[in-house]
Design a protein around this ligand. Structure first.
Ligand SMILES: Cc1cc2nc3c(=O)[nH]c(=O)nc-3n(C[C@H](O)[C@H](O)[C@H](O)COP(=O)(O)OP(=O)(O)OC[C@H]3O[C@@H](n4cnc5c(N)ncnc54)[C@H](O)[C@@H]3O)c2cc1C
Length: 504
């Protein structure tokens, strides 16, 4: 059966209403295409999402938004996609992260002067390393994710990278070579004070290269990287609204089963057994899953082989176990984002858990019933096989219960105010992310091992015409900045191929 809704010319079909798919849809629709997004889940947003349990809202995606500051080139893209609107509140909590160390609160401040003074007071023997850290942070305050136009594209308004921007980026660019040879853990290990080591290795995952750490700290120090009002849900809903206001259509609960190819060109999708004809397809679901599952035979191009080879080393896939806890206690006034050493370490999925980090949302309204607080914990690590085996052996719920018991014991020791006050808990495993977002093994970013080249994969197929790709996997390490910028670039390739002016 044919869906006649899409029978007009220049119909673009997008797979996935995550940040990349919505971005590609917005720019393609602005540029005059007739765009329909097919989304398997019942809401838009993909990994950039949150969910409610018994009156508590668990922020499951965005923790800081790169590009919220007007100095960032990405700011323009977030504005053009309906995310940053005038009056939108962005919160820059400072300190960003706190470590409770032998009764003392050690803080990772966003403000670099404050950070230097505080760290020097805490650990005078680390002075030279603190100086080097702060110098690196200052260098990275000028770091920018470039937003440019592809060659040969007709554009309504150019997005040039100015000489001024190149100059501000230069100090960070000159440090990338040396820092990319180190992991975050190695960078942190230089410090003598254990709390400083713990803070630095808890900002992002310790396996990332040190460039990611300094880019993040530089982003914070420059006044960027705040938490956007309404978090992930509002961000995704605003993008979806922007797309629909432009005339685009999102079909939720509609999983794309295959991309149809005729005469070497993408010509439609199979959704729910139905053929949906289209003039072009943008696959904005996880590329790693798409190249295997959406094509018959699976897509085998030079870049897909490289992507598979690079991410097949299991450590290269970033995934997590996400824990949300609702407590009947008001935690306002206590550090919002903290990391601590677990008094009684416990084993989880074959790993000894000695430290835990948590975030609470007591200062944000709408995240919990009055007088109560939503807490989230993210355990980074590849536990895919552990949970898969637990599911196959019928132990999935039991394993979740064991984990939450350990977590609650550790958390209650750290935060006595919550003792016996947990009203609700929820755990999302890599299997949950796989089920809801269709990502490979439930992973949502990619780790570039130290020293390895940061590869950017193809935005368009070399073998199949009118077929484009966007999403976090196209450019490691991924995240929403990559999702939004690859969505924009995929729309530019589409415009160039169809001889259409790209409108922003
Ligand atoms: C716990 C957690 C914390 C995070 N923190 C941050 C942070 O602080 N800052 C940051 O920048 N990033 C963060 N991220 C990462 C970020 O959320 C993701 O990298 C980003 O949202 C990926 O967007 P995407 O559009 O590329 O892909 P996805 O979010 O994976 O979107 C793909 C969409 O495609 C849909 N789909 C898949 N297959 C099909 C199919 N066959 N048919 C139809 N639809 C399909 C999925 O349902 C999904 O909606 C975090 C992620 C998690 C999970």
């Amino acid at each position: 059966m044919i869906d006649y809704h899409n029978m007009k010319s220049n119909n673009v079909l997008i797979i996935g209403a995550g940040i990349a798919g919505l971005t590609a849809g917005i720019y393609a629709q602005k540029s005059g295409f007739n765009v329909t997004i097919y989304e398997s889940h019942h809401i838009s947003g993909g990994n950039c999402t949150s969910w409610r349990r018994k009156g508590y809202l668990f922020e499951g995606g965005l923790h800081w938004l790169t590009g919220s500051s007007t100095d960032q080139m990405l700011n323009k893209v977030w504005r053009e996609t309906g995310v940053l609107t005038d009056g939108k509140r962005i919160t820059h909590t400072d300190p960003f992260l706190v470590c409770d160390w032998q009764g003392q609160q050690i803080c990772l401040y966003r403000d670099v002067m404050k950070l230097a003074a505080h760290f020097n007071a805490v650990s005078p023997e680390d002075k030279p390393r603190i100086r080097a850290l702060c110098r690196d942070i200052v260098r990275f305050t000028g770091f920018n994710i470039p937003v440019m136009d592809i060659g040969g594209l007709k554009v309504e308004k150019k997005a040039p990278i100015t000489i001024g921007k190149i100059f501000t980026m230069l100090p960070s660019l000159l440090r990338i070579g040396a820092l990319s040879k180190l992991t975050v853990a190695e960078y942190a290990a230089r410090f003598k004070h254990p709390a400083i080591r713990l803070l630095l290795s808890s900002v992002i995952t310790p396996e990332f290269d040190a460039v990611s750490l300094l880019a993040t700290l530089g982003c914070f120090a420059s006044g960027d990287g705040g938490y956007i009002e309404g978090g992930s849900l509002a961000l995704a809903a605003n993008m979806a609204k922007c797309f629909e206001d432009l005339g685009g259509r999102i079909c939720c609960g509609k999983k794309a089963e295959k991309v149809q190819v005729k005469d070497g060109k993408a010509c439609g999708l199979i959704v729910g057994g139905m053929e949906i004809p289209g003039d072009a397809v943008i696959a904005a679901s996880d590329t790693l899953a798409a190249i295997d599952n959406l094509f018959d035979p699976p897509l085998r191009e030079k870049w897909t082989l490289a992507m598979r080879a690079n991410t097949n080393q299991r450590g290269a896939l970033l995934m997590c176990t996400f824990i949300g806890i609702g407590v009947e206690t008001d935690l306002s006034g206590s550090p919002e984002h903290a990391v601590f050493t677990v008094k009684n370490p416990f084993e989880y999925a074959g790993k000894n858990i000695t430290e835990l980090g948590y975030k609470h949302y007591a200062e944000f309204s709408g995240y919990a019933p009055k007088g109560c607080t939503a807490i989230t914990i993210i355990l980074i690590g590849d536990t895919y096989d552990y949970w898969k085996q637990a599911r196959e052996q019928g132990h999935y719920d039991k394993c979740k219960k064991e984990l939450i018991d350990h977590i609650l014991t550790a958390l209650e020791e750290q935060l006595p105010a919550i003792k016996g006050k947990a009203a609700v808990w929820d755990i999302a495993t890599p299997l949950t992310y796989e089920r809801y977002c269709g990502t490979f093994h439930g992973s949502w970013m990619t780790v570039t091992p130290p020293g390895a080249k940061r590869l950017t994969y193809a935005y368009k197929s070399r073998q199949i015409g009118n077929l484009y790709f966007a999403g976090q996997r196209i450019m490691p390490p991924g995240g929403t900045p990559v999702a939004v910028s690859t969505g924009r670039t995929a729309a530019q390739y589409l415009c160039r191929d169809f001889g259409v002016v790209f409108k922003s």
